[in-house]
Ligand binder design. Sequence first.
Ligand SMILES: CC(C)(COP(=O)(O)OP(=O)(O)OC[C@H]1O[C@@H](n2cnc3c(N)ncnc32)[C@H](O)[C@@H]1OP(=O)(O)O)[C@@H](O)C(=O)NCCC(=O)NCCS
Length: 231
Amino acid sequence: MGSVTDLEALLRPPAMEMPPYPPKVITLASGEEMVVRQVGREEIPTLLKAIYPLLLVERDYYDIVAARLYAELLAYKRYRVRDEYVLVGLIDGVLAGVVNGRLVDAKVGMSYHTMTIRRGLRVGSHLFAAKMEYHIEHVGQADVLIVAESPIGFRRWMIEYPLEKRYEVQHELGGVPSWVLTRKTYFDAKPRLVSGRRPVPPALLAGAATIRLPGDDVVKRQVLDEKGGGR
Ligand SMILES: CC(C)(COP(=O)(O)OP(=O)(O)OC[C@H]1O[C@@H](n2cnc3c(N)ncnc32)[C@H](O)[C@@H]1OP(=O)(O)O)[C@@H](O)C(=O)NCCC(=O)NCCS
């Protein structure tokens, strides 16, 4: 056997050329501006810190989504997942939500997770739309495979777009039957669900260069605040 470096090369999956996600800015219902941008591997430890306090929050399925997202982010950082990308939403540089997914091949995308840290502003809805935009418009894929782990997710994706069943395909998240977003579904939904402007003004982009985290107590309060959770 060769050196550790040779072994590491064997352990790492092959990588496709992936286009970058061009940043955009979305004006939220509150009037606040959310910058949506891609993150690099060096920023993953910051995201892991944000997700960690949610691992034990059962409300609205934050626990399972946090646990799986944690593993997916770590796998991205440690090169143990194939062709993953991660996008964040930042309000004044503060983390409001995270989405991720990966490319199965040139034509098919696999949506992984959407997690809102700052609730009540459809941050998750906007970020999910951004990842669909990435797969369909920037990578140029035909289909994105999607599942929901929570009733809120089901409402946001399966019903709002609406998605179609592709039950003959097992999704990577637990092998459950997949749903699919096609190019047609995406472009039909785009005027309703995909928002944002480019280019992001330089001052806003500079303010989103470093991810700032709300305190653990703030995250838990935002996620758990009584406003009809469990639905
Ligand atoms: C699913 C999810 C990404 C949607 O994010 P979002 O679009 O930003 O939506 P929010 O979570 O803010 O709000 C969803 C609903 O819960 C309600 N809600 C529950 N708790 C709330 C809180 N603490 N603050 C504000 N709203 C809350 C909202 O009123 C909203 O109702 P609506 O659907 O009638 O608008 C997000 O709820 C989330 O991260 N959930 C946990 C993980 C998860 O399920 N991910 C998706 C897996 S498929």
